[in-house]
Write a protein that binds this ligand. Sequence first.
Ligand SMILES: NC(=O)c1ccc[n+]([C@@H]2O[C@H](COP(=O)([O-])OP(=O)(O)OC[C@H]3O[C@@H](n4cnc5c(N)ncnc54)[C@H](OP(=O)(O)O)[C@@H]3O)[C@@H](O)[C@H]2O)c1
Length: 478
Amino acid sequence: MVDPHVFVILGGTGDLAARKLLPSLYRITDNGSAYPVILAVGSRPNSDDGYQRWAATALVRAGIGADDAATWARQHLLYEQVARDAASFAGLRKRIEQVESDRGLPGNRAFYLALPPAAFAPNIDNLRDCGLNDGPGWTRLVVEKPIGTDLESARSLNETVRGAFAESQVYRIDHYLGKETVQNLLNFRFTNPMFESLWNRDRIESVEIVVAEDLGIGSRAGYYDKSGALRDMVQNHLTQLLALIAMEPPNSFDAERIRNEKVKVVEAIAPIQLENVVFGQYGPGSINGEAVVGYCEEEGVAPDSTTPTFVGIKTYVNTWRWEGVPFVLRTGKRLPKRLTQIALTFREPALCFFHGVPDGCEVANNMLLITLQPDEGFSLGFNVKSPDTDTKLDAQALRFSYSDVYRRLPDAYQTLLLDVMKGDQTLFVRADEVEASWKLYQPLLDHHPAPHIYAAGTWGPAELEQGIALCGSEWMGR
Ligand SMILES: NC(=O)c1ccc[n+]([C@@H]2O[C@H](COP(=O)([O-])OP(=O)(O)OC[C@H]3O[C@@H](n4cnc5c(N)ncnc54)[C@H](OP(=O)(O)O)[C@@H]3O)[C@@H](O)[C@H]2O)c1
């Protein structure tokens, strides 16, 4: 059971609060996992009542019934107006203490920075200056992505955090880690020795990770044009997936031990060679039969922007387990479909008796496909003899799909928020891991190749397939 506490959302009037945090908090209390008092903070004048009405509307938009939403908002939500200056944080402290006293709470507090990144550091300083970094019970700080925009800014943010909070109080969000299937990577690997015994350079020829989006940038040009695919997806989400695939088994399922193993992987990734990188930018094309404009024609994007909307990278993990095995990361916008998938291609049979037999014989490499979205599950490809032929082989697959067995998977934010309340840091990114990751990609931020234009609705620039991708794109979405 979770300790009683006050859950403070700094930026409780924003888009993230409306679309993700409030619906997740609703579900957490609805299924009885925890009952925090939620105190939303914003600089706009509003009352508890007014905020509850605003929040109820947001919950209805998230699919929750109007009566349930209104009742829940009245029961759980409070609002505090706090101007964007240090002095007004004293008022926030008073309000929290008042709420704790009124409700007989022991002084446990979580502070969620649901704020624009530029506001993270000043708000952390304000929390420290008014003494809210430490309280009568536990105090936890949740930091949203992005953690910096490069190595220097990530270090600086970590420094600010360290100036106010101990690492054991800090929860850095990478919402990918909250996805059920991403968490399941650990379970899959470390509870199925059948796979773990093959999980190495002797048996695996290559690993490919794709995070594809069919959407363009929508109304996020202001953010995206400064960010691009490397910052937006590779430095965080794809690197997290790589770390979970490549890490050594921890000695226990303890958060620190798991995080230690992940950091070791990120530190062991070989410096990325420019010839192993393809940057791309979507041009006009069509998605699902609908014509779409190119990136530079999107509203808010300069016609000569060179921001990459696609990155393909081949790299290596220099550990005993993975030496020489290429890891290919691929992510992009306006690709044919929304898909997050990991492909582990196993080596060919040591000796193939069937080559050169009349009739021909294609021995497909065994392939394990792990799909993280949209159709979560696994598929293991293997060869079978095609009936009525002497030697012809067919590639078939054993499949497991979550949707066939389980009803609804919890939303990533629901999982992560509950973990914050429980004090479990396993699915949160530690400061050293964030910095190791930025360190790896910083040279590409400093000098990245010009993006190749790819037609929207394709799997990215042809240069990727010709140069660094190993298995083409036929496996994707299988
Ligand atoms: N939106 C998403 O789906 C999403 C997804 C993943 C990650 N994130 C991350 O989550 C964070 C919040 O995103 P968001 O989309 O909710 O942002 P947002 O809507 O732009 O801002 C959230 C709130 O922050 C307050 N705010 C704005 N500037 C501030 C400042 N300088 N100082 C203090 N408060 C300020 C505003 O509240 P008042 O006007 O009431 O003060 C605003 O309602 C960002 O770091 C973003 O990168 C968002």
